[in-house]
Design a protein around this ligand. Structure first.
Ligand code: GLN
Length: 308
């Protein structure tokens, strides 16, 4: 083999940012290619615009190629880089945690609408994974106390790391399954993005889902086992008028509303994401007292009419 004209660590003319990205974009999704290159270089996204002609060292180019090979083999970008942005936070993720999805920000928005600022509210996030929902709510409501639970010690360790790394101090972490892990009762609001895909669903064998923790994805023949448990057990941990908000599958809005109705929740509604797909269903336990259901406050106008 011809002797290499460049010392290791020095730039070769074929390894400019622009040239490497052209090659990489032919192999994997173009945006993924950019994220992986920025990860190798330790640069923010904004750096790319002004540095297309910068050269990578041979070592950097080789590291980039190794990451492209992993992505070509299907590994999710977030597991390769070890992080994913969610809300205003940068979160560490690992194969022990679900990768936070942008659509889950809808759950955060809906929760915040029901959490007046400046009050010492008690909030719980069940099955927190990387801590995405719990940490977003804790950051937006610094006077609230948030409890994040997970049945996976590895996931809980990542969530704790994310709290420290994002300087969020008003979250405590408890190991255990759904409501069993909660210390005490009288929460003002409980959220969860539980597993909701049906066992054996063919999507589990496709794309990023193949690499994500099965316990965070699927749950029972109709995918609703975790949601059934949470709907059943949450009232004992909510104060009168307290809210339960659940993310679920696109075809599960009707089923989740029916579960909430049969457990005597009120103000039940399904909220749709930006693409008009059922995504979050919520309800609250009655305020108590003699106020008939017809006079209770109606769900905010932002809630889209739920699909039958
Ligand atoms: N929304 C995820 C997906 O379908 C599933 C996450 C979950 O089960 N909570 O890719």
């Amino acid at each position: 083999m011809q002797a290499h004209a460049y010392h290791s660590g020095m730039a070769s003319p074929h390894t400019t940012v622009a040239a490497l990205l052209v090659q990489a974009r032919a192999r994997i999704d173009p945006i993924d290619a950019e994220w992986l290159l920025l990860h190798v270089l330790g640069k923010p996204r904004s750096w790319l615009f002004a540095h297309a002609d910068d050269a990578l060292t041979d070592t950097q180019a080789a590291r980039f190629d190794a990451l492209l090979v992993r992505r070509e083999a299907g590994e999710p970008v977030a597991y390769i880089t070890g992080s994913r942005g969610f809300w205003t936070l940068e979160l560490a993720v690992s194969p022990a945690t679900l990768i936070p999805r942008p659509e889950t920000e809808l759950l955060v928005e809906q929760a915040l609408e029901r959490l007046p600022a400046g009050r010492a509210l008690r909030i719980a996030d069940l099955g927190t994974g990387s801590g995405a929902i719990a940490l977003a709510l804790a950051k937006e409501r610094p006077q609230a106390q948030v409890v994040a639970t997970d049945a996976s010690p590895e996931a809980l360790a990542i969530a704790q790391h994310n709290a420290l790394h994002n300087h969020i101090g008003n979250v405590e972490f408890h190991l255990g399954s759904w409501l069993q892990a909660l210390p005490g009762d009288a929460f003002d609001l409980i959220t969860s993005n539980p597993p909701y895909i049906a066992d054996g669903d063919p999507h589990l064998d496709q794309g990023d889902l193949r690499f994500e923790p099965a316990m965070a994805l699927s749950c029972g023949p109709d995918g609703l086992n975790a949601i059934r448990t949470i709907v059943r057990d949450a009232p004992a941990h909510l104060r009168p008028g307290g809210w339960l908000l659940l993310e679920h599958g696109l075809d599960q809005g009707g089923a989740v509303r029916a579960l909430l109705e049969s457990a005597a929740y009120v103000d039940i509604a399904t909220v749709q994401d930006l693409e008009q797909r059922d995504r979050v269903t919520l309800g609250r336990i009655p305020q108590g007292g003699s106020c008939p259901p017809s006079l209770r406050s109606h769900a905010p106008a932002a809630i889209a009419p739920s699909a039958g």
